[in-house]
Design a protein around this ligand. Structure first.
Ligand code: GDP
Ligand code: MG
Length: 302
């Protein structure tokens, strides 16, 4: 199966849902008019793209239709896809791992797929010939450490862990030491998504960040926020909450394979201006794709 087909398959329910709704609109298509634009706007809103972003897309579509004198169905669809791809195209999805070592801090609420995505990213980097260290800084639950240990083995990366309940910043400190000692290329830090309360969680992240800034001041750094596509519009408020303590450099949008709410990615890019770097399309180690705005927009409907 080609990459594009895999993407379409991964987008499963989102694609089916948007594709069906859009083609329903066009099934009674007579001409390009305000009524058509209204109906398309409704489809976008119903597809978890968000009201604000849907209105913006339709405004741009109206302008494009006028300027390019668009009259037929295929050209309207093509224009719509181009507008979506433009919104999604914020920055190169490629990770900035220019220095050796470099560091990836992975954050996000509980259960969104942080640990799983770390396993997939680590595997990817190891396959590129890089030496990877993963830090189990989710010390809130013993099971979290065990889970990362399994992914470390699977991906062929080195695990740094401490006892349950240890200060996560201390784990990060040790992991940075280890990374430098063994001359690893990339350190990936797993974090907790739920602690006793939100303030506590943000304080911990702040401390982890400080250790990284201090010990790896000259090194390339990525902060990836993981979001579960199934949360739909709520994902946007999650980013806003984490943005207060951490400079997010990219989004990993997981579980696109199981949801019809994948349209939220367009809302995320439009409202937050943070690039999506990876999408998760399943639970297997290979079910992570580098995000491609054009392919994504093209895969949404036909
Ligand atoms: P964390 O709490 O953020 O570390 O989340 P986990 O990595 O433990 O993942 C929570 C659940 O989501 C696990 O059962 C994963 O297998 C599942 N998961 C993660 N990413 C994906 C994905 O892209 N697709 C699907 N279907 N499941 C996923
Ligand atoms: Mg986890």
């Amino acid at each position: 199966m080609g990459f594009f087909d895999k993407l379409k398959q991964g987008l499963g329910k989102t694609k089916n849902s948007i594709d069906e709704k859009i083609n329903n609109v066009f099934s009674v298509f007579r001409k390009v008019d305000e009524e058509l634009l209204d109906e398309l706007e409704e489809v976008l809103v119903m597809s978890d793209i968000g009201v604000e972003t849907s209105v913006k897309i339709i405004d741009e579509l109206r302008t494009k239709i006028k300027k390019e004198k668009i009259e037929d169905e295929d050209d309207v669809k093509k224009a719509l896809k181009e507008i979506m791809a433009d919104i999604l195209n914020i920055a190169e999805p490629k990770l900035n791992l220019d220095t050796t070592p470099s560091v990836i801090l992975v954050i996000g609420v509980n259960g969104v797929g942080k640990t799983t995505s770390i396993g997939k990213i680590a595997n990817n980097l190891v396959n590129q010939g890089k030496k990877v260290v993963v830090a189990a800084a989710d010390t809130f639950r013993a099971a979290a450490v065990e889970q990362l240990e399994i992914w470390a083995k699977r991906s062929g990366s080195v695990l740094v862990k401490k006892d349950e309940g240890t200060d996560p910043a201390a784990v990060v400190y040790d992991a940075i030491k280890k990374t430098k000692e063994i001359g690893a290329d990339v350190l990936i830090v797993d974090t907790a998504g739920r602690l006793h309360n939100k303030k506590y969680l943000m304080d911990e992240l702040f401390k982890i960040n400080k250790v990284i800034e201090k010990e790896m001041a000259e090194n390339s750094k990525e902060v990836l926020m993981v979001l579960d596509a199934e949360t739909g519009q709520n994902a946007i408020s999650q980013v806003k909450a984490f943005k207060e303590t951490t400079d997010i450099t990219g989004i990993v949008l997981t579980k696109l394979d199981g949801t019809a709410k994948g349209g939220v990615v367009i809302g995320i890019c439009s409202e937050l201006n943070v690039p999506v770097k990876f999408i998760g399309v399943g639970e297997k180690i290979t079910d992570l794709q580098l995000f491609n705005p054009t392919d994504f927009a093209n895969a949404l409907f036909e």
